[in-house]
Design a binder for this molecule. Sequence first.
Ligand code: DIG
Ligand code: MN
Ligand code: MN
Length: 388
Amino acid sequence: MPVEFVAKPEDRFAFGLWTVGNRGRDPFGDAVRPKIETVDMIKGLADLGVWGISFHDDDLMTFGAPEAQRQAEVEAFKKALDETGLVCSMATTNLFHHPVFKDGAFTSNDPSVRRFAMQKVMRNIDLAAELGAPTYVFWGGREGVETAAAKDTRDALSRYAEALDFLAGYVLDKGYGMRFALEPKPNEPRGDIFLPTVGHALAFISTLEHADMVGVNPEVAHETMSGLSFYQAVAQAVWQDKLFHIDLNDQRIGRFDQDFRFGSEGIKDHFFLVRLLENSGYAGAKHFDAHAYRTEDVAGVWDFARGCIRNYLALAAKAREFDQDPRVAEAMAYSGVAELAEPTVGPYSSESAARLKAESFDVDVLATRGFGNEALDQLVIDHILGIA
Ligand code: DIG
Ligand code: MN
Ligand code: MN
């Protein structure tokens, strides 16, 4: 009998409207499944125990529609949230679909396009604030180049920073209490996208006027596309108190952005990721930015949504079992895991410097130490496989 994993709102799982709303289009084929109406998506996710919903402005409101139609679409969304108890956990702007953004949005060479992009964001920030979204995501899907001749990256980053500083100023001026989360990606749809990894984004944030209200929204697929460890990227973001949001999905290295169901590929990586999110006190949305395989019908879309949640909860249970296993504590003690948490020298003083320089070390003895990582990692595998 399969083990049941039931999500509760306090788990803070969230989905974007565009995830269960994905109709299976790809660069080589048209939609394969019918549109699910927004109200039905929200009710279906509420039935799964989901807590939050996120949206791009254009997911919710028809681009360019008359104000009355936009308002009607927003009211229907609000009504569905009220009726289901779901919250708006994040909002973001579609600055990538319309042809006007083909050369970028904040970094388009055309100043009018840059100003239109900022206006589009401001309008959706107002709605996000009205809906109580605590986080606003910026994924610069079109902020990049195919040829470096087209843009001086230094100018592009200056325009990017200028836009974010201005928009942060707008949020502060309005008193919205919202935070920004930058979502890195190395490429696709652009040949090279600016701010390609979490590392680039963290460095960029440090240059911003309102850096304290800007963090990152790492996505599994995007860091993996770069060949980097998503777990390590998230661990540094947590260490810098900059994990403001997270896009959970799955991905095979060296492929296009697959946005697979969470837990469908990198089981071991996700074991460590879920263990970190659960043990680090991360209180943000566990947001799935993924979609069902193109092979799926609407029933398969709900299999996909259930699978994202099931895999997260199953890995969280495995991580708890691992951390409660006395053999793990013993193996970690042998590996010296807790010793790394001890300061090496502490704050500088001339006395401590003199002591350190006078200290003697038996390097050959130190070099003989074995750290027992094979036995420790085998316990990880044993717990993941359920054979511990
Ligand atoms: C793609 O991974 C991006 C867009 O879906 C959206 O702007 C953002 C929201 O998490 N992720
Ligand atoms: Mn993606
Ligand atoms: Mn994403």
